[in-house]
Design a protein around this ligand. Structure first.
Ligand SMILES: Nc1ncnc2c1ncn2[C@@H]1O[C@H](COP(=O)(O)OP(=O)(O)OP(=O)(O)O)[C@@H](O)[C@H]1O
Ligand SMILES: [Mg+2]
Length: 225
């Protein structure tokens, strides 16, 4: 089986306030074996979210290649990249990206705008089941904009897993949670991983690194530029 994700010699710069490019990723190579649970760490500003956006086909690198499940997605046109992302990737954004006026349930159902459900899967029951797994089903009818940060985070996780993705990319998925809820979410990720889902999790929390079998990618060491 090909790696779930392979990033090859990735470089990415952004334009700084003075108009000059600021290099965030210089020559980053990383491979996620199929079925892996991997943790990406590094100081604030080191490029973790940038890397996740590139891996999730949300952003393009300046140089280097991105392979998903062995398929080179680097030069695909935008529409094909969106399709591939919709089919294969569940993404938990650092800032959740929920629609504040829509209900919790509608936010989770939004996932089906980007990928059609597999045969036999009923979107609404799947969405309610995903909300159940993160303990958010009782708030399904509430507008997302009134939720606490931890509740928003759990809705974002439900949206990412409502269609079982091949690869789950999660940016600080337990960053806003109390310790007990964080453990619940870590257990959920572990059980999804045990079902065969590959995942790359950005976190500052030591608890993730202590999980059995976890792979660790410390960003400062990967990016040798
Ligand atoms: N679209 C952008 N335009 C300009 N600069 C950007 C852009 N996106 C990221 N950066 C810069 O790139 C650097 C890396 O940002 P990134 O968000 O990837 O860091 P991070 O490791 O996720 O940090 P944190 O732990 O705080 O979330 C930062 O200096 C940031 O200001
Ligand atoms: Mg970040």
């Amino acid at each position: 089986m090909p790696p779930a994700l392979r990033l090859e010699h990735i470089a990415k710069s952004f334009r700084g306030p003075d108009g000059l490019p600021v290099r965030v990723l210089r020559d980053l190579t990383l491979e996620l074996p199929p079925g892996a649970l991997a943790v990406l760490t590094g100081p604030s500003g080191s490029g973790k979210s940038t890397l996740l956006n590139i891996a999730g086909l949300m952003d393009r690198p300046d140089a280097g290649r991105v392979f998903l499940d062995g398929q080179d997605a680097t030069d695909l046109p935008d529409a094909a990249r969106s399709r591939l992302r919709g089919q294969k990737i569940g993404f938990v954004f650092q800032r959740f990206h929920l629609l504040p006026r829509r209900t919790v349930l509608q936010n989770v159902l939004f996932r089906f705008r980007y990928a059609s459900p597999p045969p036999g899967l009923k979107p609404k029951s799947a969405a309610l089941a995903a909300l159940d797994r993160v303990g958010m089903r009782p708030l399904a009818a509430r507008p997302a904009g009134v939720l606490s940060a931890g509740e928003m985070q759990r809705v974002a996780i439900a949206r990412a897993i409502v269609l079982p993705p091949a690869l789950l990319l999660a940016d600080e998925p337990t960053g806003n949670l109390d310790p007990a809820t964080a453990v619940t979410i870590m257990d959920l990720f572990r059980s999804l991983n045990a079902d065969g889902l590959s995942m790359l999790v950005v976190t500052h929390s030591a608890a993730w690194l202590q999980l059995p079998g976890v792979l660790s990618f410390p960003l400062g060491h990967l990016d040798l530029g």
